[in-house]
Design a protein around this ligand. Structure first.
Ligand SMILES: *Cc1c(COP(=O)(O)O)cnc(C)c1O
Length: 383
C-alpha cells in the first residue's frame, strides 16, 4: 500500500452521531448529509454506520450519489438536495430517491416521469427559498406548488424545507437574517396547512442551526459537517460552551503520509519548482509522497508544518503534484525513513492540527479541505 492514505475512524463517526442525537429534541428526526462522498469520508461506509446508528434520513447532492447508496443496499430514505437533469429524473423513481422541488416546471416533469413508472403518492419535499437564493420557491408560490403536488395522483408532499445562508455566523446581522428566514419558513408552512394540506416533515436546520437553535429543529435536522467532527464556521465549541451547549466532536478523518527519503542537504541548495527556498545551513530534508493531486493544496506552502513522531516540521519550497519536502533540521534523531507523517487528524492519534487549521491557513472552511482530498488517497476504515 502507498504511504499516503486517509484513516477514517468509525468510532469517532459513531461518537459524533450520538453527540448530535443527544442535542436533538426527542421527536426530531436526524438526517445525515453524505453528499460529496460523505464530505470525502466515503458515502457507502458512512451511510452504513448511519443506518446502524438509527439515523432516519440520508442526503446527497446528485442522483449518482443516491444510486451508489442504493446499489450498496442502503435502505434509508435518501433526499436529493440539488436539482437534476431531465435525463436523470427516471432514476428518482427507479432508485426511490426523494427529491427537493421548488418550481412548477420541475414538478410537472416529475409528474410526467412518475406516470411512466406507474407510481402513486411518491414523496417529494417542497423547498422554500427564504433567503439562500439557491433553489426553492418564493413565498408567493408556496401554496400553488403544494397544491400541484398534493392534488396530483403521482406525487405527495413528503416534507417542506428551507436552508439558511448565515446560521453559522454570530454577528447580529447574520443572526437576524437567519431569524427572518426561519419566520418566513414558518409562514410558508402555515400557508400550506391553511389549505388543508399536510406539510409533511418540516426541516430547515443544517449543522449550525441545529446545534445553536433547538427550537429550529422542527421535525428533522440535516447534519453535515458536525458528523465529520468539525464545528461550523463561527459556531465553535467555545461559542457553544458560553451558551451552555455541550457538543464534543471528534475529527473522523486523518490524512497520513510517510517519509519516503531523508536527504542530507548542504547549505545553499534549493528545493522544488521556482527554487523559492534555499538552505541557510546544512540540514536533513524529508521527502513525502503527497502533493496537491492528493488534496494537499499548493497554496499551503510556505507555512504548513507536518508532524512526524509528534514534532511539527516546516514544508520547504512549493508543494508539488505528488510530493513535498519538509525540513528536519540538523542531526535529527527523532525521525527515520518510512516513519509516518500526519498531515491532519484527531489529537488522539498524534495529529498536531486538524482540517480546520489547514482551512484557516487557506482562508476557507473545513468542508473544502475534507472534500478536496482526492480519490487517489485510499480511505482505510478503522473500527
Ligand atoms: C450540505 C447541506 C446540508 C449540511 O450542511 P452542514 O453545514 O454541513 O451541516 C444541509 N442541508 C442542505 C440543503 C445542504 O445542501
Amino acid at each position: 500500500m502507498r504511504m499516503t492514505y486517509a484513516n477514517i475512524y468509525l468510532n469517532n463517526l459513531k461518537h459524533n452521531i450520538s453527540a448530535i442525537r443527544s442535542n436533538l429534541n426527542t421527536k426530531t428526526k436526524l438526517c445525515i448529509a453524505v453528499k460529496a462522498d460523505a464530505y470525502g469520508h466515503g458515502a457507502v461506509e458512512v451511510s452504513k454506520v448511519a443506518e446502524a446508528c438509527g439515523v432516519d434520513f440520508l442526503a446527497v447532492a446528485t442522483i449518482d450519489e443516491g444510486i451508489e447508496l442504493r446499489k450498496a443496499n442502503i435502505v434509508l430514505p435518501i433526499l436529493v438536495l440539488s436539482l437534476c437533469s431531465l435525463e436523470e429524473m427516471e432514476s428518482i423513481f427507479e432508485y426511490n430517491l426523494t427529491p427537493f422541488v421548488g418550481d412548477k416546471e420541475y414538478i410537472e416533469s416529475l409528474i410526467h416521469e412518475a406516470k411512466k413508472h406507474n407510481v402513486c403518492n411518491f414523496p417529494v419535499h417542497l423547498a422554500v427559498d427564504t433567503g439562500m437564493g439557491r433553489i426553492g420557491c418564493f413565498l408567493e408560490d408556496v401554496t400553488s406548488l403544494a397544491y400541484l403536488i398534493d392534488s396530483s395522483k403521482e406525487l405527495s408532499l413528503g416534507g417542506m424545507c428551507t436552508h439558511f445562508s448565515s446560521a453559522d455566523g454570530t454577528s447580529s446581522e447574520d443572526r437576524s437574517y437567519a431569524q427572518n428566514q426561519f419566520e418566513k419558513f414558518n409562514e410558508a408552512v402555515n400557508a400550506v396547512k391553511a389549505l388543508g394540506i399536510n406539510p409533511g416533515i418540516r426541516h430547515c436546520s443544517s449543522s449550525a442551526a441545529l446545534i445553536d437553535h433547538k427550537d429550529w429543529q422542527l421535525d428533522m435536522a440535516r447534519a453535515g459537517i458536525i458528523t465529520y467532527g468539525y464545528y461550523p464556521y463561527q459556531i465553535t465549541k467555545e461559542y457553544l460552551a458560553k451558551k451552555n451547549i455541550s457538543l464534543e466532536l471528534k475529527p473522523v478523518m486523518a490524512l497520513i503520509s510517510g517519509v519516503s527519503a531523508i536527504r542530507p542537504f548542504a547549505k545553499g541548495l534549493s528545493i522544488s519548482y521556482g527554487h523559492t527556498w534555499t538552505s541557510e545551513r546544512d540540514t536533513l530534508i524529508g521527502v513525502l509522497p503527497i502533493g496537491y493531486a492528493d488534496g494537499l493544496l499548493r497554496r499551503l506552502s510556505p507555512g504548513l508544518n507536518i508532524a512526524v513522531n509528534g514534532i511539527a516540521y516546516p514544508v520547504r519550497g512549493r508543494i508539488c503534484m505528488d510530493q513535498c519536502m519538509i525540513d528536519f533540521g540538523r542531526n535529527n534523531e527523532n525521525v527515520k525513513r518510512f516513519d509516518k507523517a500526519i498531515i491532519f487528524g484527531p489529537k488522539e492519534i498524534g495529529a498536531l492540527q486538524t482540517a480546520e487549521d489547514l482551512a484557516c491557513a487557506l482562508g476557507t472552511i473545513s468542508y473544502e479541505v475534507l472534500t478536496g482530498i482526492t480519490k487517489r488517497v485510499k480511505r482505510i476504515y478503522v473500527k
